[in-house]
Design a protein around this ligand. Structure first.
Ligand code: ZN
Length: 138
């Protein structure tokens, strides 16, 4: 697959407001968007850092993926997202290389992205997302 850059780094947080305050006050970053993603059972907050973003993830449901992650591992680094030119091609390439996908098809992520996660079993413990900017339909 063709990766252009690290699109974002996902961080699981227990309290979105408290975490936004840290990134704004300690690091001087500006939160430009808060968005709920019902499909992933999370509320997200975004900060731009050069070409990359920080994505804070607060669970909206203890049974959701981020809720379970925090219960098991606590707050902290959750995933790395690579920007790819073509997400369907990225998924097909990963599968052809023997990687296991959590999402066999792209799903709607936050901030107008189509996303798919690789299973951390296939990446030796790191949750990796690939994503492609969703094309605006006129
Ligand atoms: Zn993400």
């Amino acid at each position: 697959m063709k990766i252009s850059h690290i699109e974002h780094i996902g961080i699981a947080v227990a309290d979105l407001k408290a975490s936004i305050k840290i990134y704004e006050e300690v690091f001087g970053l500006k939160c430009y968007k808060i968005e709920e993603v019902p499909g992933q059972k999370v509320r997200t907050a975004f900060f731009k850092v050069g070409d990359t973003k920080i994505e804070l993830l607060e669970s909206t449901d203890p049974e959701g993926p981020v809720g379970k992650f925090i219960e098991k591992k606590g707050e902290g680094l959750h995933h790395i997202a690579f920007a790819v030119e073509d997400i369907k091609e990225g998924i097909a390439d990963a599968i052809s290389q023997g990687a296991q996908m959590i999402n066999q098809e792209p799903v709607k992520g936050a901030d107008d992205m189509l996303v798919a996660f690789l299973h951390p079993k296939s990446t030796r413990g790191v949750l990796i997302e690939i994503c492609e900017k969703e094309k605006q339909v006129m």
